[in-house]
Design a protein around this ligand. Sequence first.
Ligand code: UD1
Length: 421
Amino acid sequence: MDKLIIEGGHPLRGQISISGAKNASLVLMPAALLANGVSVFRNTPELNDVYTMIKIMKHLGAEVNFSDHVISIDTSVLTSMEAPYELVKKMRASFYVLGPLLAKYGYAKVSLPGGCAWGPRPINLHLEGLKKLGAEIELDAGYIIARSRKLVGAKINFDKSSVGATGNVLMAAVLAKGTTVINNAAMEPEITNLTHFLNKMGARISGIETPILTIEGVDELKPAEIETIPDRIEAGTLMIAAAMTRGSVTFTNIRDNHLIAVLARLEDAGAKVLNQNGLVMVSLDNSDIIPSDVTTSIFPGFPTDMQAQWIAYMSTAFGTSTITDTIYLDRFAHVPEINRLGADITVKENSAIVRGVPKLNGAKVMSTDLRASASLVLAGLIAEGTTEVLRVYHLDRGYEKLEEKLNSLGARIQRVAGSEY
Ligand code: UD1
């Protein structure tokens, strides 16, 4: 396990290109299973969750090539319909193979994802949706086994908007007989990216970018090619880094319409946002950070995946702010770690109350999950002295070369390899 050693106090300046979206890649790659042949995904980020999904694809028998951010998946011959515990426990998104395998082959065996550092993460909506399409589902020795001769279109009303359940059910419904309507479908850009890919494969999905998706099932899909959207969470994280360090960074390969809530909150908090010709520039001079409350919600609201980073940002604001997570109520493991750097944050129910302090001081801190790790790196960038972020394997799951990108903008971060971290 590696650790990062961060020397705080260096403003970030320059230009940086945003990588492809992790969460889009993780739902796009399994969609390749719906056709026989080679599908191609451009702008795929090189990060560990993508490598885990590659392992799953290879376990199923697919041939995968990944070079220079282009991944090709040949699904002509599959040899297994099973996603084993050893891989699914590493990454919950492995569960995405359930819908496509079931739809195309009538059978799938996928390990039930285990617990999560942020509290319960049920999969009931995935299973209820697939059952509505006619799947028979049983739990056997920790595995979900789904079977169906031919899925049949149905009306599915999700109680909650779920990215994962929408993706899984969508990938099953495209090959179902007849029409499926998904009400309260997730509208996250990663799902939109998936719908475009599925339609390129020959699916007939309408209502894209709305909460009502209508899917006319087709008999067969063909392989296709698509560009993965830029990672809005990586972009938001680096934007906060720019503002927090009182720097000025221009972002390329970015979609501002995926970041409306984050950009608005950054402006509320005193940052300057310039948005021109496909480029976004974020800067903050030496004036105070204005406390700015945030409540996470589904897209286009403020993403839960930016909550930890926002708390880090507000830790040195001039006053008190409240950050409430309505998606994952227990997702606050980063708070005690940021407090180790001198922040003054308390958690009450699903809100963090952040009383801004004049400065943070370097210390050793521990990553607990992906976005928590990012928040600790952000805090380390402004902490006086040296901050050591331990267990950065969480960070490597979801950010492509984060410290290299930050260093190219003027940060001073060193990675130290070693098993004891
Ligand atoms: C995805 C993202 C994750 C992000 C989350 C919310 C991927 C790989 N991961 O996770 O980074 O934080 O969206 O934007 O894309 N729920 C149920 N039953 C279910 C499924 C979900 O009750 O069957 C609840 C969850 O507990 C949560 C809410 O629905 O409260 C949203 O979760 P969901 O959108 O499904 O998150 P994921 O797809 O797991």
